[in-house]
Write a protein that binds this ligand. Structure first.
Ligand code: NAP
Ligand code: GFB
Length: 316
């Protein structure tokens, strides 16, 4: 059987490690997996990236690479977020077409849906109105991936598709207090609060709602999309709507996982971003009715343990 060569751009990040962890129990003999980081090439540079395609001749690509940040990064960097992500996406998809890659799975995000919307959000709603002001740069760059997927398929017959994850967390996350997402941010702050006996600050009221998916669960689902999902249209990969929790709930789970007994302070001076972006996984459930997600409490405990063990080398 011909070998399948799967090149994962952005493979050194949170989701890339989620896929690597998922593969530990699901490797196939004829699959060769290559996990890239920016050290292999800056994917905004067409020539440097072409050398990677020349070297690996991938039959499949999972395109994760992106300039990713939480609410506070995106609020201040909408222009850079648009520019860097749209450059990477154009270079990668064009080379996938040039090298006749059999299938490409790219990554969007539930934060790119219209801010003014009905709930639950579903895959048909991506382009129905502007995204939330806090992430329009990143949001439009991601939406153009869906547009390019359809255009490459229509004009050149390419099999390019995309997944739309909700908020993700897990080992190898970006724990930066300035640029990271909420769960790694709270884990990092709880670690410092415990170590230096200082209050744990939760930004905002804690009322906004989020669906949080464990990176290993997402890794399993992305592997399934690569191997089995037949459509060009995107598919939402999130936990069930009923498992949506508030930021405050997430904070409580982090504090419990640490056994933190200190003071918790709210900083109401900061923006809270989107109040909710509840996404439906009805389409995923049609394909995978029995898929089981790791309980959020257990996933946060595992991430806290990972962070404690890897504090010195964790991205922060
Ligand atoms: P991440 O941990 O920040 O990793 C980003 C990856 O992209 C890293 O491997 C990084 O390489 C690589 N990269 C960044 N700029 C690059 C460049 N110019 N050239 C080559 N590689 C570059 O991100 P993540 O959280 O795993 O996100 C993976 C995908 O999921 C992204 O497309 C993101 O938009 C999407 N997503 C993330 C979330 C979330 O909550 N985290 C939610 C929804 C969707 P280095 O390691 O060398 O920097
Ligand atoms: O994960 P996050 O930064 O981004 O979550 P989004 C922001 C929410 O968590 C806001 C609250 O309601 C914040 O007020 N929050 C509380 C905190 N404490 C903290 C903290 O210490 N750090 C952070 N960051 N937030 C992201 C997009 O939006 O959604 C990304 O910016 C990505 O591009 C992701 O697509 C899925 O969930 O608001």
């Amino acid at each position: 059987m011909a070998e399948t060569v799967i090149m994962v751009t952005g493979g050194s990040g949170l989701v890339g490690h989620g896929i690597q962890l998922a593969l530990e129990e699901d490797k196939k003999p004829n699959e060769k997996w290559i996990f890239l980081s920016s050290k292999d090439a800056d994917l905004r540079n067409h020539e440097a990236t072409k050398l990677l395609f020349e070297k690996y001749k991938p039959t499949h690509v999972i395109h994760l690479a992106a300039k990713v940040g939480g609410l506070f990064y995106n609020l201040e960097n909408n222009c850079d977020a648009y520019k860097m992500n749209s450059q990477m996406n154009s270079v990668v998809l064009d080379l996938c077409k040039e090298y006749k890659v059999q299938k490409v799975v790219s990554c969007l995000s539930t934060c790119i849906f219209p801010d003014k919307t009905t709930y639950p959000i579903d895959e048909t709603m991506i382009h129905n109105g502007p995204p939330h002001f806090s992430i329009y740069g990143y949001g439009y760059a991601k939406r153009m991936v869906d547009v390019m997927n359809h255009a490459y398929n229509e004009q050149y017959g390419c099999h390019f598709t995309s997944v739309i994850p909700c908020n993700i967390f897990g080992p190898h996350d970006n724990f930066s207090l300035r640029e990271g997402h909420v769960i790694p941010g709270l884990i990092h702050k709880a670690y410092l609060a415990e170590r230096y006996d200082q209050p744990l600050v939760i930004l905002g009221t804690g009322k906004p709602l989020r669906q949080f998916i464990y990176s290993v669960d997402l890794g399993k689902l992305i592997i399934w999309v690569l191997r089995e999902y037949p459509e060009i249209k995107p598919i939402i990969l999130a936990v069930d709507e009923k498992d949506e929790i508030s930021i405050r709930d997430a904070g409580e789970l982090v504090i419990k996982a640490f056994g933190y007994k200190g003071e918790i302070v709210q900083d109401l001076s900061k923006s809270e971003g989107q109040f909710k972006k509840t996404a439906s996984i009805a389409k995923l459930r049609k394909y995978l009715p029995g898929f089981k997600f790791t309980p959020t409490k257990q996933a946060i405990e595992e991430t806290v343990n990972w962070f404690r063990k890897n504090y010195e080398t964790a991205k922060k």
